[in-house]
Design a protein around this ligand. Sequence first.
Ligand SMILES: Cc1cc2nc3c(=O)[nH]c(=O)nc-3n(C[C@H](O)[C@H](O)[C@H](O)COP(=O)(O)OP(=O)(O)OC[C@H]3O[C@@H](n4cnc5c(N)ncnc54)[C@H](O)[C@@H]3O)c2cc1C
Length: 438
Amino acid sequence: MSTTNLFWFTQDLRLDDNLALHAASHCDQLLLVYCLDPSEFKPNRYGVQGMSQHRLRFLYEGLIDLDKQLQPLGQTLLICMGNPVEVISSLIHQHKVSHVYTSDSVGNYERKRWKTLTQRHQDVDFTRVNTTRLFELDQLPFSLENLPASFSGFRKRVEDLPINAPCPRITHLPPLVTRNHSWPVTLDRPESDDSSPFVGGETAALEHLKDYFSSQAPQTYKETRNALDTWDHSTKFSPWLAQGSLSVRQTLHALRQHEATYGANDSTYWIYFELLWREYFHFNALKLGSQLFKFSGIKQSKPLTSFYPQRFRSWCEGNTPSAAVNACMKQLNATGYMSNRGRQWVASYLVNEMRIDWRYGAAYFEQQLLDYDVASNWGNWQYLGGVGADPRGQRHFNLSKQVQMYDPNGEFIKRWGGESKVTHLDTVDAADWPIMRH
Ligand SMILES: Cc1cc2nc3c(=O)[nH]c(=O)nc-3n(C[C@H](O)[C@H](O)[C@H](O)COP(=O)(O)OP(=O)(O)OC[C@H]3O[C@@H](n4cnc5c(N)ncnc54)[C@H](O)[C@@H]3O)c2cc1C
């Protein structure tokens, strides 16, 4: 009897180093599916929708690029709009699928969805394969429950572990379920800025990887990584890593090749160091489950913050009394990207100056960031919210000092129009009356 497998693409839109897709391709017929969940476009409990136009544009480019690469292999990507559990379930029935494969996700919601599917189809085999992390879970010298409480503790115990080489690119795939069935790619190109340097998809990802590591930028990464607004001050791999059009093992492999050609130094080591942060947050998310999204995080006490709609709106729009925060938020809204330094500033300002519940900031970042990654975003926000895996407890940035260090001539603030006439956090009082100032 012929076997039909289904591969569910998620954060792994690539043919290079895709172990999960390799595993799925041992069958007679193969269905390749991506589900776009309409709930991403409705307001969530924080009043913001899951995905901005920038993110949708980047995803769209990633999907179209993937489909293009599948065509010469005699395959097509089926892009479905709908609740993923319902979509996959109906495809299982329709095509008598015997085995479903996907990449392992650390997100709590994604893991729940997968569990529901497996419970619903007990006669079908389900396999998840790690394609998003450097390390396998069973490779760690500690159990997930005993994940070190700090990043330093984690790094020291894992940084010398062996890491599997990227697996070869997929060059053959079994045919589509029904050869004469044409799967429509139904997604229309979203309206968005075409001039973004971040173009979704594996083709652009590999080009960027090659460009970056054949330049001298990695040699000075440690000194430049904190800059606010230049292309090669940091690697800019994050959007492609989040989309999975680039794998973290490929990235590390390219880093090692760069070191072999140009030499290893503190800066090249620091790129690995930052990738380990990503790794730490991924295991942290896996360990915490739904606790990653809790107001009190992993701490016992709740922060002394609340929700102020007008303050939150002014933060989102970049219309606060802080020119630095405004510039960063305007950069985010215009491009879908913000430097790591900028993210720390605006998060610290939201929590410590505006006294807003950190989860609103995390939700807004989720909507806007091209590199949105559930583990890195919510994990970093817990840190900044003072409720995360941070031995220092609270990260309160002195913005005047920071601006003197990182934008001494005010060029960044000027470029993004950070200066505003707003002088106070509130323009209305608790009863929504305008505050008169004399
Ligand atoms: C509040 C807040 C929210 C964040 N949300 C996200 C997010 O949703 N997605 C995301 O990828 N990063 C997030 N980060 C981490 C970091 O800001 C970005 O990874 C980085 O700015 C991306 O630019 P880059 O690729 O040039 O980074 P580089 O400095 O070149 O670093 C190389 C890679 O290391 C990883 N990395 C670096 N710093 C971190 C970090 N602190 N945590 C996790 N991984 C890291 C990323 O994969 C990055 O691409 C967040 C940081 C903060 C403070």
